[in-house]
Design a protein around this ligand. Structure first.
Ligand code: PLP
Length: 226
């Protein structure tokens, strides 16, 4: 019998059961956890993993199976895009025009389209990164975007306030869902709205209720981080 050392397989199965039939993807957030922890879930058939730090992601990707879909969910610095561009599946945290432009540049070098989500600032906290609605509107009107053929904007990502106030979290998720739907109805360059990435260990059920179709879960699967 296979004994899991790093993963809570019971939680994994419970979450997968809940997501089944809801058309919602689970990204297992493995930041700070060893490659062996990722392999445990891989052996359960899981392929979508999320990482926050470029160097850590590059190291893990070089040690682990090629068919893992790597999601970069952290804050990405412009000068580090080149390290993950060759293999990353989806960059969740694109939060400025400058970063999007750089992703396009690296995509062009590799002659491929890099898939991204635009991070939207929905929390009350000042510290969370992301576009606000007017910055997002502005992005979609810049003429250069039509030329950035090496990015594919697949949707939006957001993080709710870190609070016990469920009503607040719910309304922040609802706001993002509404924005997602508005954009889905528009013809926008390089854009194909398919993914709404919201919800973590503490709030993923609320996020799904509010229309999330991708949740990013770490501690429920791999335990608390240092
Ligand atoms: C760390 C992290 C997560 C996972 O958080 P948990 O609370 O451990 O589930 C999800 N999304 C982002 C952007 C993160 O940085």
């Amino acid at each position: 019998m296979f004994e899991a050392k790093y993963c809570n397989i019971e939680n994994y199965q419970k979450i997968q059961q809940l997501l089944q039939g809801k058309d919602c993807t689970l990204v297992a957030v493995s930041k700070t956890k060893p490659a062996a922890a990722i392999l445990e879930l891989y052996q359960q058939g899981h392929r979508d993993f999320g990482e926050n730090y470029v160097q850590e992601l590059v190291e893990k990707a070089s040690q682990l199976p090629q068919d893992i879909r790597w999601h970069f969910i952290g804050h990405l610095q412009t000068n580090k895009v080149k390290y993950i561009a060759p293999f990353v599946h989806l960059i969740h945290g694109v939060d400025s025009q400058k970063l999007l432009k750089e992703v396009n540049k690296q995509g062009a070098k590799l002659n491929k389209k890099i898939q991204v989500l635009l991070q939207v600032h929905i929390a009350q906290e000042e510290t969370k990164f992301g576009f606000n609605t007017s910055e997002l509107d502005q992005l979609f009107t810049i003429p250069e975007l039509a030329q950035w053929n090496h990015v594919q904007i697949l949707g939006l990502m957001g993080m709710a306030s870190f609070t016990e106030n469920r009503t607040l979290v719910q309304s922040e998720f609802a706001t993002l869902h509404q924005l997602y739907q508005e954009l889905t109805g528009r013809q926008l360059p390089q854009t194909n709205m398919e993914v709404l990435s919201m919800g973590m260990s503490g709030d993923y059920e609320l996020a799904i209720e509010q229309g999330s179709n991708l949740v990013r879960i770490g501690s429920l699967l791999f335990g608390a981080r240092r």
